[in-house]
Design a protein. Sequence first.
Length: 185
Amino acid sequence: MINEVIADAKDRMDKAIESLRQDLMTIRTGRATPALVDHLMVDYYGTPTPLQQLAIISIPEAQQILIRPYTRGDIQSIEKAIAKSDLGLTPSTDGQAIRLTIPALNEDRRRELTKVVNKRGEEARVAVRNIRRDANKDLADLEKESMISEDEKKRGEEKIQEMTDLHIKRVDETVKEKDAEIMTV
């Protein structure tokens, strides 16, 4: 019983950290990466479709993303999706492919991005703490139903706290890495 609660909490905490990592990959750092455009949805004949289903995304240079649609007719709808997005990039096209040039970030923009990263890190910490709270509540419910003893509940809470501390540390490390990546000129 206790092991199931702990395993469930660990799994959920791992997913919270993975979600944070995926979220941070979409933040622009001045270097081109396909993750910047992975989340874009393109209006494909009235249906929102992920960009990677309509085009090949590559990085020919450190500051450039190259998007080659499978069909030429999709170029305009991909350009519209990029223009509507929060990327702040202007697409240029040659009729066959779309190029996105990633401009270097200025100091103010870097500081804004680190604030966004830290905010998302705090959201991940809160998520981990909420998972801890839920797991401790499950242990308390098991104790109330006389399925475990008070000592077993205490040991379970200690294991959950150790796991929470470890996951919060992983969140902090992830945020610190992204901050360093953003502040690197």
